[in-house]
Design a protein. Structure first.
Length: 288
């Protein structure tokens, strides 16, 4: 039998299709659903988000109930410390996201796959519900009703001078812009350091986590004081933390919940556009 050797012909169209399929496979990362390490990491996200939700809510309640002239400053300072501690606790296991805002940003910047992002965000939502349930279990009904389980809301109904209920707070549009601006600033000023391995090596993991905590505490302070609007809970900056109290308590916490999800997603998209637009490193910086 005569063997015929046929030349191997590379079709550029086929190569492009294979490259496209490879990129799509990497973006989706479906194999991560079968990766036990990803699910182990998600446990850290559940516990970290649950502790964060419970801690943030109790800090808000205790700060507002404390006899001090600057409850927002006290609240923001303690929040910065708590966030730093939880980031240091979860960073080695899951990367220390414990916030859908961070996970969305990592996804849009191409740092994690769609599958891992889905697992993390579901874990964070579960953790937030657990944290809200823990808070509900220890506070009395009066505190739960007065502080609405420290959920996220844009407006609140209060009694008017004639006895009728009036709505105070911000418009949905104002609150949405507040979320977008605060989330972009949060990512730009702090989270990008955690995404950049060079920064982590240069200034250290502890300092990066501390900076993230400080920036988050500063944004909480600004969003709750600059607007000067009663009836507005302040920038959520954490969609899952807003979802937990809404599921556990319900009521009007569902009314503008979309603001606290759509705003961060838009902010993360804007940040991703910035990341892809700027150079990876300044031309004056020389890698060593």
């Amino acid at each position: 039998m005569e063997l015929q050797c046929r030349p191997l012909i590379w079709n550029s169209k086929d190569v492009d299709e294979q490259a496209g399929q490879s990129r799509l496979k990497k973006i989706l990362g479906l194999e991560e659903f079968r990766n036990p390490n990803v699910w182990r990491a998600s446990i850290a996200e559940v516990i970290g988000t649950a502790v964060l939700t419970f801690a943030l809510d109790t800090i808000v309640i205790s700060s507002l109930q404390t006899d001090t002239k600057t409850p927002n400053l006290v609240m923001s300072t303690i929040i910065a410390i708590i966030v730093t501690i939880l980031l240091l606790a979860t960073f080695p296991v899951s990367g220390g996201h414990i916030n859908p805002t961070v996970t969305f940003a990592a996804l849009f910047c191409g740092l994690i796959s769609v599958s891992r992002a889905t697992i993390y965000i579901l874990a964070q939502c579960l953790g937030s519900v657990l944290g809200a349930l823990a808070l509900k279990a220890i506070v009395n009904s009066n505190i739960e009703r007065s502080y609405q389980l420290v959920g996220c809301y844009v407006t609140t109904l209060v009694d008017g001078p004639d006895g009728s209920s009036i709505e105070i707070g911000l418009t949905n549009g104002q609150a949405l812009w507040m979320e977008i601006i605060c989330v972009f600033f949060f990512l730009f000023a702090s989270v990008w350091m955690a995404f950049d391995a060079r920064q982590v090596r240069k200034i250290g993991r502890v300092m990066v986590c501390f900076i993230v905590g400080i920036v988050l505490g500063l944004l909480v302070f600004l969003s709750t004081t600059v607007t000067g609007q009663k009836g507005y809970s302040g920038a959520g900056l954490h969609p899952a933390r807003c979802l937990g109290p809404a599921i556990v308590r319900g009521g009007h916490l569902w009314d503008a919940l979309w603001v606290f999800w759509v705003g961060p997603i838009i902010g993360c998209m804007a940040f991703a556009l910035y990341v892809f637009a700027v150079p990876r490193q300044h031309f004056h910086v020389i890698e060593r």
